[in-house]
Design a protein around this ligand. Structure first.
Ligand SMILES: NC(=O)c1ccc[n+]([C@@H]2O[C@H](COP(=O)([O-])OP(=O)(O)OC[C@H]3O[C@@H](n4cnc5c(N)ncnc54)[C@H](O)[C@@H]3O)[C@@H](O)[C@H]2O)c1
Length: 268
């Protein structure tokens, strides 16, 4: 017995495309789940992106107004894959509309927005999910099983490192990720959220932490149009990067284990 579940995806950038592809694979990867995702509608202010998503994934329709996704009675689950400054408004509206919500990390621009969204999610009693994808990797799940079974003994040391190069080129434009008012934190939200999620899962709660941060590339070219961080501009005006490129932390876990967590987006 299978049941169709209507899906709406809001914002068809990198992650909107990734979520759509993942929904398409559910039947193949989880044949016994009894669930068949139906890609109903996708939204983006850029119609080229929604048209491309339609062509690639077969959404039934597209819209430039994300609220139309929430108005659709055929949509049960909404993926919110927009930039961080839109998470709060979109999550609260989706929960208000009675939709189950899969929001990308970091779920808002900082603790106050995240807390507000979490409170609304708990109050709504709907299913909610966050895009901490790395914890589901088979090798990480295997490691978790080894730890749980005690086959590695007591965990006394933990090292989490997520080094990326997506911002290593100083000519990469000042996309939303590099602006505090749009992204909130820099790598603390973008990459440390993943590193910490995995550390909490594998080594348990953190008791104490000391950390520091740095912005190695302090200014970037202003994009001439809404560009991603992969867009490059050789000349033209520049503006300040207003959040951090790097965070390093020393951690004491509640179980007594010691660890370091380090994330960076400008590794060349
Ligand atoms: N889980 C992961 O590993 C992972 C990886 C990458 C990104 N993310 C998260 O996914 C989110 C999106 O990141 P991305 O890299 O896909 O960004 P992106 O810049 O590639 O795409 C953002 C999209 O949002 C659209 N958009 C902007 N305003 C909109 C609006 N008002 N209505 C509808 N669409 C709008 C843009 O047109 C663009 O298509 C972020 O929160 C990011 O932290 C998670």
């Amino acid at each position: 017995m299978t049941r169709e579940v209507g899906i709406g995806v809001i914002a068809m950038g990198w992650m909107g495309m990734t979520h759509s592809r993942a929904y398409q694979q559910v039947v193949n990867r989880f044949p016994d789940s009894g669930v068949v995702p139906r890609l109903k509608v996708c939204a983006d202010t850029d119609s080229d992106r929604t048209n491309e998503a339609c062509r690639r994934f077969g959404f039934e329709r597209t819209t430039e107004d994300w609220r139309e996704v929430l108005d659709d009675p055929g949509v049960e689950v909404v993926s919110i894959t927009s930039p961080n400054w839109l998470h709060r408004e979109m999550c609260l509206a989706a929960l208000e509309a009675g939709k189950h919500v899969f929001c990308e990390k970091p779920v808002g621009r900082g603790p106050s927005e995240t807390r507000e969204i979490a409170a609304a999610a708990h109050a709504a009693g709907l299913l909610t999910f966050t895009g901490f994808c790395y914890r589901w990797s088979p090798v990480v799940q295997h490691l978790l099983a080894l730890i749980k079974e005690g086959r590695l003994g007591q965990v006394t040391h933990y090292r989490g490192r997520f080094f990326c190069g997506y911002g290593h080129n100083p000519k990469s434009v000042l996309s939303w990720r590099f602006e505090r008012n749009k992204a909130g934190f820099g790598v603390l939200g973008d990459l440390m959220s993943h590193a910490l999620d995995m550390a909490l899962m594998l080594a348990g709660p953190v008791a104490e932490v000391v950390s520091e941060n740095e912005t190695f590339i302090s200014e970037r070219p202003i994009p001439s149009q809404a560009g991603t961080h992969f867009a490059v501009s050789e000349d033209g005006p520049v503006a300040a990067v207003t959040n951090e490129d790097y965070v390093g932390a020393m951690v004491r876990f509640a179980n007594g284990a010691r660890g370091t967590l380090e994330v960076c987006r400008v590794i060349g």
